[in-house]
Ligand binder design. Structure first.
Ligand SMILES: [Mg+2]
Length: 374
């Protein structure tokens, strides 16, 4: 047997923290984000070291919901309590065998185990993931779907703050001509150079998305997830000739392979809670490196823990493969860790320090909704 310390999990504590967006966020098909519950998990060990995880599902966005996290953690408790968290993958394999699916709940556990492993080793998570390749990562700014002129104003402000990538939400008013105006006015507002892409979050028909794409085909524009299926997105890509980013349809190895075969994945959103945490997202990252697909490494929503987890994976990836990351914590309040990274000049860096490098302020958490001990 080895002489390495034998860590065992002794406790699982879960909090529900409502995150409120600085501005109410409108997307296609009536999806909105004003206040959304984030689930914060702490995993304690017999060595006095704890790891933090987070998952914040957006309602009506993906097959996940915040109130599903506590029962999933209870279901996983017999595997987790007394288990050895160090190294992450062995224990996560046991979790995924014990509770099939539920990747969003598994994501919070996986993130906490990476935090724990990093703290036990005294190393940042990006070092455990292969080493720092990009200390400074490009951000995108996402603009809520409101009147085209107002979106152009927000784009101008974002550009002035150093942002070079602008995501334009489309489809909230089910008016394809307004979507054309949104893309045209935002492109005009930021000028040539910055990346501009229009995201329907699955909310368009093939016909409407094709009309929008053809109406802006003279511009440098990327489309994102116009329709609900990969086949429809591939049809829009081929009818418009515009590059395509996938998001909702890309959530596991099978969907990534299919998207690549359909030729509609110029870029992809790799979100922690879609895939099931850092471990699964690392596998997706490696597959996308092979495909030559540009990656947006992030999560659905969240605050400092989810943001930090995505930043560590992005920072350990080749710079040319990372399209952008998202400062999720910058869109909402409260901040859990006031010292966590923030955007600066359109860029952000992963936190320093062992593990994820962020520590929630207990006052921001309130009373736990679940507390389990070995
Ligand atoms: Mg998207």
């Amino acid at each position: 047997m080895s002489n390495y310390p034998d860590y065992r999990i002794t406790g699982l504590t879960l909090w529900k923290v409502p995150l409120t967006s600085h501005e109410t966020y409108y997307m296609a098909e009536g999806k909105t984000c004003a206040t959304v519950d984030s689930m914060i998990l702490r995993v304690d060990t017999d060595h006095g070291v704890s790891g933090w995880g987070e998952v914040c599902p957006i309602p009506h966005y993906l097959p996940s919901y915040a109130r599903g996290v506590a029962p999933a953690i209870e279901e996983l408790a017999p595997v987790l309590l007394g288990g050895n968290p160090i190294g992450v993958e062995a224990l996560m394999k046991a979790c995924r065998s014990h509770l099939l699916g539920h990747p969003y709940a598994q994501s919070a556990v996986d993130i906490a185990l990476w935090d724990l492993t990093g703290k036990a080793c005294g190393l940042p998570v990006y070092t455990l993931l292969g080493g720092l390749q990009s200390a400074d990562l490009p951000l995108y700014h996402s603009i809520t779907c409101i009147a085209p002129e107002d979106m152009a104003d927000i784009a101008k402000d974002a550009l002035a703050a150093g942002m070079r990538q602008i995501q334009v939400k489309l489809g909230a008013d089910n008016n394809w001509e307004a979507d054309v105006a949104r893309l045209r006015l935002v492109r005009e507002a930021v000028g040539e150079g910055p990346l501009v892409y229009g995201d329907w979050n699955c909310g368009s028909s093939r016909l409407d998305a094709t009309r929008v794409g053809r109406a802006v085909r003279d511009l440098d524009i990327m489309l994102e997830q116009p329709c609900a299926t990969l086949e429809e997105c591939a049809a829009v890509r081929s009818a418009t000739g515009l590059p395509m980013k996938l998001d909702e349809n890309a959530h596991d190895t099978t969907s990534l392979l299919k998207a690549y075969e359909l030729g509609c994945m110029d870029a992809v959103a790799l979100k922690l809670s879609k895939f099931g945490g850092i471990s699964e997202l690392r596998r997706a990252r490696d597959l996308c490196l092979h495909f030559g697909t540009k990656m947006c490494v992030e999560d659905t929503w969240g605050t400092d823990i989810a943001t930090a987890a995505a930043l560590h994976l992005a920072a350990s990836s080749p710079a040319q493969a990372v399209l952008n990351v998202c400062d999720l914590s910058g869109y909402v309040y409260p901040r859990l860790d006031p010292d966590a990274p923030t955007r600066s000049g359109g860029r952000i860096s992963p936190p320093a320090g062992p593990g994820l490098g962020v520590t929630p302020n207990p006052a921001a958490l309130g009373e736990p909704v679940l507390s389990l001990a070995a």
